[in-house]
Design a protein around this ligand. Sequence first.
Ligand code: KIV
Length: 284
Amino acid sequence: MTERKKTTLPMLFKKAADGQPITWLTCYDYPTAYLQEQAGIDMILVGDSLGMTMLGYESTLPVTMDDMIRHTQAVRRGAPKVFLIGDMPYMSYQPSVETAIRNAGRFMAEAGCDGVKLEGGTEMVDRVRGIVGAGIPIMGHLGLTPQSVSALGGYRVQGKGALQAKKIVDDAKALEEAGVYAILLEMVPDRLCKLITERAEKCFIMSLGSGTDAHGQLLIYHDMFGLYPRFKPRMAKVFGNAGEVILNGLKAYVEEVSNKTFPQPENYFGMNDDEYDELVKLLD
Ligand code: KIV
């Protein structure tokens, strides 16, 4: 097998320019990161969605920088060659430009990220400029931004009306001018995504539930494999039901231990007769 090269920003921009869709998934742990890298995924997002998918919170808001760093380090160990993006959690960048730069720096220095992502548009331009100024590649995130889910009135499509759509177009331009290398559009109408993608000059556009016209696609890993029990968003396609496979395996384990068909001799270790007799003598 040929050794995979480290994915870099110029490689991603080239893919976008060549019309080759960029592949991107969320990931939060070492073994999954290993598999994603083997599968040839270009980018991994250690999303603050880990608060829901891995830690069982109701939203992403309780996730801390320390949670993010711990998971991102594990992912980097499993996938040393992918372009790794750390997702800035709630209140790690909102309070001030300095807070934003320091926390973006932690992702790079402590977790080996290649870049970071934050949510928000025009109101985040000074944070973006500060982070870019510190030499850290940053991605924007518009449309449905889960950290503002309460203000947005729930997990719903954003930019369906012309005025709201115009605001998203303006936000995308503002982020681009501030220096983001990419923008994620989550749950905006496909025509809006196409329009923003066509207008992007200095950054590439990624889609999560926003249609086919972006430069690449993102999915939440747990949604792809039936691993999140609370709900399945409409935009997610199930590529395999790992949740069902694991549940059936767990039920079989409970059954086999209960009826004493597990373990079998190949699942445990013996001791030779001489040693065993000697042991019995010693105990006597
Ligand atoms: O945290 C996350 O996984 C994200 C995605 C929903 C885009 O930000």
